[in-house]
Design a protein around this ligand. Structure first.
Ligand code: HEM
Length: 405
């Protein structure tokens, strides 16, 4: 080994690090935040982006358009080879900069407004009740992921988009391949192409029928048929919504329930409806399920927290540890369902801040108390050490969670 490569392995830590506790970010991230706050790390391809760990700095990166989200820019720190290759294949507005990003996002804003999502609440409540009825009628133990956490957001986003839920084995398995950093490049690109092809078919049906009853229909009639965007671009928007719309919320439901069950007193407050909104924000903050940092690349030299990030250098804005910043959150590792204020960055910040956050909030605000009320004696049917956590997935959570009551 040469002196240089020795330096690489000893002085530049690998990111992401392994967790010591399934509910907390790796301890090394806390040490970096306390000691240096911004430093280089090594990622899977040997490149060395800057890791940004303080809450203020993470927000500064995400609010500054000199940091590009375009993963085709040289120096962009991709999460894995598969994610990098796939994105080359299918441009998605989450990976575009303004004005191109805003052009696509604007078409969807009214679909996800507070008012539009409030109107969906009765449908979400009914879906929750039906799923809990199904769970109550099942033999125990029940896998909470398959019985409740995954179907709830999948059913909701399917209804919004106009994707037949009956196709869920197909789209959930492809989505699973997309968020797995251990997927092969070929597998990941194939999964993305199959989903795109499927969504293009649904959009073509709406183009032919002229139906504007669902989101794919509105995209088809108002934006594809008018020549504003292509069918493939509409399908790429649909893919982002379908995957982001169910993977994240599903994992928040299952992992959030598991964490709440560790603390019966706070779970009781949620069950009694006393701190539901606070609990949702607190679980979002503590769990930060999109746990591999927000990825950007500098397009100009930028001074940040005492370092100069040069044009072309990658940045990982580590929201998972920014959400534990003791300068912003008192007793940051504690679960406090009454924490206020709670300015977490679990939904990101800046122009790419989560489009679906109101929807996710309502789903979680309905799901946790309803589950805890229906099954007041709910408990996990396996030791914590045996729970399979999603360490290699872009969206953290649990693969399965056997429960009884
Ligand atoms: C963006 C997290 C639920 C759709 C984001 C970003 C984060 C995030 C961190 C920012 C990405 C970045 O800056 O690089 C979450 C979490 C969720 C959730 C934690 C659930 C608890 C949803 C849902 C939908 C959705 C339910 C839609 C149905 C999107 C979209 C973007 C996005 C479209 C891209 C926005 C843009 O680039 O302008 N989400 N999300 N998300 N999310 Fe979510």
């Amino acid at each position: 080994m040469t002196a240089t490569s020795e330096l690489a392995t000893t002085e530049v830590p690998h990111y992401p690090m392994a967790r010591q506790c399934p509910f907390d970010p790796p301890r090394e991230l806390g040490a970096i935040q306390a000691e240096e706050s911004i430093r280089r790390v090594t990622i899977w391809d040997g490149s060395r982006p800057w890791l940004v760990t303080r809450h203020d700095d993470v927000r500064a990166v995400l609010a500054d358009q000199r940091f590009s989200a375009d993963n085709l820019t040289s120096g962009y720190p991709a999460t894995s080879a598969a994610v990098g290759a796939r994105r080359r294949n299918v441009p998605s507005f989450i990976a575009m900069d303004d004005p191109q990003h805003a052009f696509f996002r604007k078409m969807l804003i009214s679909e996800f407004s507070v008012k539009a999502i409030r109107a969906l609440r009765p449908m979400i409540e009914q879906t929750v009740d039906e799923l809990l009825d199904g769970m109550a009628a099942s033999a125990q133990p029940v896998d909470l992921v398959q019985a409740f956490a995954l179907p709830l957001p999948s059913l909701v986003i399917c209804r919004m988009l106009g994707v037949p839920y009956a196709d869920h084995p197909f789209f959930q398995s492809r989505s699973h391949a997309l968020v797995n950093t251990e997927s092969g490049v070929e597998e990941s690109v194939a999964a993305s192409n199959e989903l795109l092809h499927y969504l293009e078919g649904l959009i073509a049906e709406r183009e032919a029928s002229g139906s504007e009853d669902d989101m794919l229909g509105r995209l088809a009639v108002r934006h594809v048929l008018t020549g504003e965007i292509t069918r493939e671009q509409a399908a790429s928007m649909g893919l982002l919504l379908l995957v982001a719309g169910h993977e994240t919320t599903a994992n928040m439901i299952a992992l959030g329930t598991l964490l709440l069950l560790q603390d019966p007193e706070q779970a009781a407050r949620v069950r009694e409806g006393l701190s539901v909104e606070g609990a949702v924000e607190e679980l979002l903050r503590l769990l930060t399920v999109t746990h591999f940092g927000r990825r950007r690349v500098a397009t100009e030299d930028v001074e940040l927290g005492g370092v100069t990030i040069r044009a072309g250098e990658g940045v990982v804005a580590a929201a998972e540890i920014a959400n534990r910043d003791p300068e912003v959150f008192a007793d940051p590792d504690a679960l406090d369902v009454d924490r206020s204020p709670n300015h977490h960055v679990a939904f990101g910040h800046g122009v790419h801040q989560c489009l679906g956050q109101q929807l996710a909030r309502v789903e979680l605000q309905v799901a946790y108390p309803a589950l805890l009320r229906r099954f007041p004696t709910l408990r996990v049917d396996t030791p914590l050490d045996d729970v399979a956590f999603r360490d290699a997935m872009v969206v953290y959570g649990v693969h399965a969670l056997p429960v009884t009551w």
